[in-house]
Design a protein around this ligand. Structure first.
Ligand code: MSP
Length: 650
């Protein structure tokens, strides 16, 4: 049987001497996916690289008295150092200044020109140099600024080559309809479809105002537009159209291009249209993830700090940083970085939950069993639940990872880890140890724990590549490579009779109070800048899957008048409200205390979900739920004025 292939790419990065934690985000996600697929037995190709041409680089190089290539050489060396520190195991690193790339870009340009889909004309319009993008007047922001980065745009007038994008709009829309998973997540697909439906203009694909670029093959006064040049990297790196195109044949179409949301348009509209024009198959999917933004939290008082991944790796270890990036924010949405959030994650998930599980288990194997894992035999009443969860988790994790739901996959592993922690408390090995009849059960309980740890460590491997080695060493199975594999995610393979080697905690707790006294993680060598220039507003939550009108009709919404309201003791988010719904008065508990005082609520007519199953919150039975909208940290309760309480809303 031929081995299945998996081709994954990151964007190629602009040569900038301050790559930050946000840049590392895309690369860590791609590397995690690549490692997972390799573990699953795929023949993986993982590509990253650098996007080196353009006016911005030409100007920057000049300002430091260097030739462009000399300037970018130094920066690319820095990229490679960073990726090494982040344990990014790419299979190829493409530089757009390389001959192998230049040739392919020129060939594709020529092919499309010969076909008549690239033509010469005059361009006059607005151009954002930092973004290397042309804009029409109506696309500009206030005061003639770039709609993407907000900086001033320049007017340019020149003879240019144009690519007939408009010709491909209908074909593109049809393709998207037939391939609904091509643009992910779905919210980004809707944005792109609307964009194309509004009408596309032909794209200016050459420039004459600078030299640092790939010459247009039929006219060397022009250089090729940087995005046309850059996007082609995904196939030039596979030797497309060259004498040896075996990699292209093997890996193309790509399984997924991972990109940040700011460059989804280039990857899902321009790139597919270039490929259509060149007669090349389209990639299978483009996933646009959200931004990592700086939070206002204590750990980053001034927003002007570079959050330098190298410094973070040095301080907290690469596994913890990778874990944080993949766990903290659902892939696709925006999220905030703060050192406090990072430390909290390390302390809770890694030190308390997983680290502690290993530590408690090895301590008990040492203390109760003389350091040797016994064969499982008669068990306890708690085993079944733990074992069935441990057996179900790998399939769940696979399903989630296949959808690039990194955070949910980690949550699923974490649930299994926490179940095991609870199992220790329930099965109470210390009590079994005291019970002369309890020896066999004790052996079984500790076997089960060692086995859960093994399974968790395997599933954590793509996220935290160095951690599992420490776990194998402590569990005494370093040499047993066959039970570290994805294939060995089966219950009961832990070798009995193994002597363990209890060691230091694999994730020591970090004292959060100490942290405030230390320097923030900022680079000493790099200029101050923000983590990103993205607007610091969180994304809207994705729209949930469709429901029918019948589903909707099951919910009984009523107008309810708040007759009294008070704070719930020792719960700073909760208010307890008495509401009148027609003739009935009910108690409800609502998590709005941070946004409304009790006095403000009294007298309001709110919207109540009246047939919601009652739930107990802090010991108070809440009979229904009131509706509120929230976004960007704000929350507002829905209210009505003119309808009597008890009135139905539908
Ligand atoms: N050179 C282009 C890509 C060309 S691909 C054919 C480019 N380069 S970039 O260096 O500006 O960005 C590289 C990647 O880093 C993009 O996916 C971008 O979205 C991502 N990020 C940059 N800052 C980011 C955050 N703060 N958060 C998350 N990702 C961010 O665009």
């Amino acid at each position: 049987m031929t081995q299945k292939t998996f081709y994954i790419t990151t964007p190629i990065y602009y040569p900038s001497d301050n790559l930050h934690i946000g840049h590392a985000y895309t690369t860590v996600a791609a590397d995690t996916m690549a490692r997972y697929k390799r573990m699953q037995g795929y023949d993986v190709r993982f590509l990253t690289g650098s996007d080196e041409h353009g006016q911005k680089i030409e100007r920057k190089a000049k300002s430091v008295g260097k030739e462009p290539l000399e300037y970018v050489d130094g920066i690319v060396a820095g990229f490679k150092k960073l990726w090494e520190a982040m344990l990014i195991e790419y299979d190829d690193f493409i530089r757009t200044s390389e001959e192998r790339h230049i040739k392919v870009v020129q060939d594709i340009f020529k092919k499309i020109y010969d076909k008549g889909d690239i033509y010469k004309s005059e361009y006059e319009g607005w151009y954002c140099t930092p973004c290397e993008t042309h804009f029409t007047e109506r696309q500009l922001g206030e005061n003639k600024t770039c709609p993407d980065c907000g900086r001033p745009v320049e007017i340019v007038k020149e003879e240019s080559y144009f690519f007939k994008m408009s010709k491909y709009a209908d074909r593109w829309l049809k393709f998207i309809e037939e391939n609904p998973d091509f643009i992910q997540p779905v919210t980004r697909r809707n944005e792109m479809v609307n964009f194309v439906k509004q009408g596309l203009e032909d794209l200016c694909v050459s420039r004459t105002t600078f030299d640092w670029g790939i010459p247009v093959p039929i006219n060397d006064k022009h250089v090729i537009y940087v995005w046309f040049d850059a996007l082609t990297n995904y196939i030039s790196a596979l030797g497309y159209g060259t004498e040896d195109d075996s990699l292209f044949k093997k890996y193309w179409p790509a399984d997924v291009h991972l990109v940040g949301k700011d460059i989804v348009r280039f990857h899902t509209i321009i790139w597919p249209m270039i490929l259509m024009a060149a007669g090349i198959e389209l990639p299978k999917a483009v996933f646009g993830h959200g931004w990592v933004l700086l939070s206002e939290g204590k750990m980053s008082k001034s927003k002007g700090n570079v959050v330098d991944p190298l410094v973070l790796v040095d301080k907290y270890g690469v596994d913890a940083i990778r874990y944080f990036l993949m766990r903290e924010v659902p892939f696709g949405l925006d999220g905030y970085y703060s050192e406090e959030a990072l430390v909290t994650r390390i302390n809770t998930d890694l030190a308390n939950d997983f680290g502690n599980l290993l530590s408690r288990t090895t301590a008990m194997i040492n203390k109760f069993l003389g350091g040797t894992v016994a064969a499982p035999g008669e068990g306890t009443e708690f085993d079944e639940e733990l074992i069935s969860l441990a057996q179900a988790t790998p399939a769940q994790v696979e399903e989630l990872l296949d959808k690039l739901e990194f955070s949910n996959a980690l949550i699923a592993i974490g649930k299994m880890v926490n179940k095991a922690n609870k199992y220790i408390d329930d099965a109470a090995p210390w009590a079994l140890n005291k019970d002369p009849q309890g020896r066999e059960k004790l052996g079984t309980v500790l076997y089960n724990l060692a086995e859960v740890i093994r399974l968790a460590a395997i599933m954590y491997t793509p996220f935290m590549p160095t951690m599992p080695q420490k776990v194998w060493a402590q569990l005494g199975i370093s040499q047993a490579g066959e039970i570290h594999t994805w294939e060995s995610l089966k219950w009961g393979l832990f070798p009995t009779g193994t002597s363990i080697n209890r060691g230091e905690p694999i994730f020591p707790r970090i004292d959060i109070k100490e942290l405030g006294k230390q320097e923030e993680v900022v680079s000493e060598t790099q200029p101050k800048q923000e983590v990103s220039q993205a607007p610091e507003a969180p994304e809207f939550e994705p729209i949930l899957p469709e429901i029918t009108i019948e589903d909707f009709a099951k919910i009984d919404f009523r107008v309810a008048e708040v007759v009294s309201c008070e704070k719930v003791k020792k719960a700073d988010k909760l208010l307890k409200l008495s509401v009148r719904v027609g003739n009935e008065v009910r108690t409800i508990v609502s998590g709005i205390a941070k946004h409304y005082t009790p006095d403000e609520m009294v007298g309001k007519k709110v919207v109540l979900v009246a047939n919601l199953k009652p739930a107990k919150l802090r010991g108070i039975e809440s009979r229904g739920m009131l509706l509120a909208a929230s976004h960007g940290g704000k929350l507002e309760v829905l209210t009505l004025d003119n309808i009597e309480s008890g009135g139905r809303i539908k």
